[in-house]
Design a protein around this ligand. Structure first.
Ligand code: ZN
Length: 251
């Protein structure tokens, strides 16, 4: 048995039997874990509100060999995000982020970059709840990028031509081609959208939300089509919680 103490983001929790809860957390040191919090549903539970989704906690749990499910010993709130979860747009965004993290992050495998990215997006969302759409696009780009599922959009995958001045298209194998090599087939990537992709690489989510809000307002549908296509191809299914944002992304 191994006791672990680590910073964690609570992604989801659901009831188990009469008094317990199952909690899905993305931890800094161990990656994605599922744990049982005994007695968490009792009125005077020692967990209090620490296991609410999107709370950032100091989590202590016990791992058992050959057991996927860990036992949560304690959770201390580092930052609660209750206010954010109460905002309808934010709470939809959070649900979608939780699903993508659970799908993209392999269980029991630390991913410091992904942890920092998710934490930064949560912070940006807490500061600018009305920018949930733009922060989500940033989140999608980065979760794909960190998974190695994001194509290079600066040069044609076939002939290597620079794409800075010409139209680009996403082909069916998720590579980006120039106009000639694609023959105009595939998802079109407007120059403004490529500009947004480039910016997302250089900026934090809060900076991205602040500086790119104008460009994104006119190009969100195109960018969303691009990111959603890549996500669906990577996961080989449509995320369950994408529906609402799919609707938002429709022109
Ligand atoms: Zn080409």
């Amino acid at each position: 048995m191994n006791v672990v103490t680590t910073e964690a983001i609570v992604l989801r929790s659901y009831n188990l039997a009469e008094a317990d809860r199952i909690v899905v957390c993305f931890t800094r040191d161990v990656g994605l874990i599922r744990g049982v919090a005994k007695g968490a549903r009792r009125m005077k539970s020692r967990f209090g509100a620490a296991l609410e989704p999107f709370t950032i906690v100091k989590l202590e749990f016990r791992e058992k060999e050959n057991r996927d499910l860990v036992t949560i010993n304690g959770a201390e709130i580092l930052k609660s995000n209750f206010a954010m979860a109460a905002n309808i747009d934010c709470s939809e965004a959070l649900g979608y982020m939780a699903e993508l993290v659970s799908e993209f992050a392999p269980p029991h495998e630390a991913n410091e970059k992904l942890f920092r990215m998710v934490a930064a997006c949560l912070e940006a969302l807490a500061m600018a709840p009305n920018a949930s759409k733009i922060i989500l696009r940033y989140f999608e780009i980065w979760i794909l990028r960190l998974a190695g599922s994001f194509p290079d959009a600066t040069a044609c995958a076939i002939c290597g031509a620079s794409l800075t001045t010409q139209p680009a298209f996403l082909d069916f194998e998720s590579a980006v081609r120039c106009g000639t090599c694609s023959r105009g087939v595939g998802t079109r990537l407007l120059p403004q959208v490529r500009q947004l992709l480039l910016k997302s690489q250089q900026l934090s989510p809060a900076q991205f939300a602040e500086t790119c809000a104008g460009t994104l307002a006119d190009n969100d549908a195109e960018l969303a089509e691009f990111t959603h296509r890549l996500i669906v191809r990577t996961l080989e299914r449509r995320p369950r919680t994408l529906t609402a944002f799919g609707a938002v992304a429709q022109p």
